[in-house]
Design a protein around this ligand. Structure first.
Ligand code: GDP
Length: 199
């Protein structure tokens, strides 16, 4: 597992705080509570890696996890969106920051959008996928908490989401079932992200 040694590197809330833009990174987005932290932890086989993203003050920042021994490769945890309590000026700041990050970041090689398999493709998910598509960036839709559905229902959701993504985003978006609980799909996620990062 190339991510086993991943570790917290830095958190940024302005473009100037980002690491030098000369490497490779993959961003993770998702609505609050979708299961993004659990997916990152499962990817890296660590129990508490993404906990740092949830500490007070970090919820509006881009959190960078380095991947030793590669000094210029990162997993980037984007702020979980959908927090009802975030004040409007912060929402606006977040929006502008994410806009600018997607528009200008050379190092960005791919986007993983984490969605609860029971509530896929909400507005914000589509917005993030739209950012990636406009950039010509590949995206991967992770339908997590698959253990919460029976096999048949999970399979039906996978087919429906795949069809909808093909309609809306052509073939730049791949999709899979995932569960941090049962570890279903961990290898597939790892292969996709490692491929983008050239690990
Ligand atoms: P985040 O806000 O997107 O980072 O979501 P978390 O990873 O913190 O997960 C939110 C809640 O969903 C927590 O209670 C997790 O234990 C639970 N959860 C996350 N992934 C899974 C999963 O694959 N299966 C199940 N059953 N629960 C999950």
């Amino acid at each position: 597992n190339p991510f086993a040694r991943a570790q917290y590197s830095l958190a940024a809330h302005t473009l100037r705080q980002l690491p030098a833009d000369g490497g490779f990174e993959v961003a993770f987005a998702g609505r609050s509570n979708a299961g993004k932290s659990s997916a990152l932890n499962a990817l890296c086989q660590q129990n508490a890696l993404a906990r740092v993203s949830k500490t007070p003050g970090r919820t509006q920042q881009l959190v960078f996890f380095g991947i030793p021994p590669h000094p210029d490769k990162y997993l980037v945890d984007l702020p979980g969106y959908g927090y009802a309590k975030v004040p409007q000026d912060l929402q606006a700041h977040w929006q502008a920051f994410i806009d600018a990050y997607f528009a200008s970041r050379f190092a960005l090689r791919g986007l993983v959008v984490v969605m609860d398999v029971r509530h896929p493709l909400k507005d914000y998910d589509r917005q993030m996928l739209g950012y990636a598509m406009r950039r010509g960036l590949p995206a991967h839709a992770l339908l997590t908490k698959a253990d919460k559905l029976g096999r048949g229902a999970a399979g039906n959701t996978l087919q429906a989401v795949r069809a909808e993504l093909a309609r809306a985003f052509a073939d730049s978006v791949s999709v899979q079932l995932f569960s941090a609980e049962s570890r279903q799909g961990v290898d597939e996620l790892r292969a996709t992200v490692a491929g983008w990062l050239e690990l």
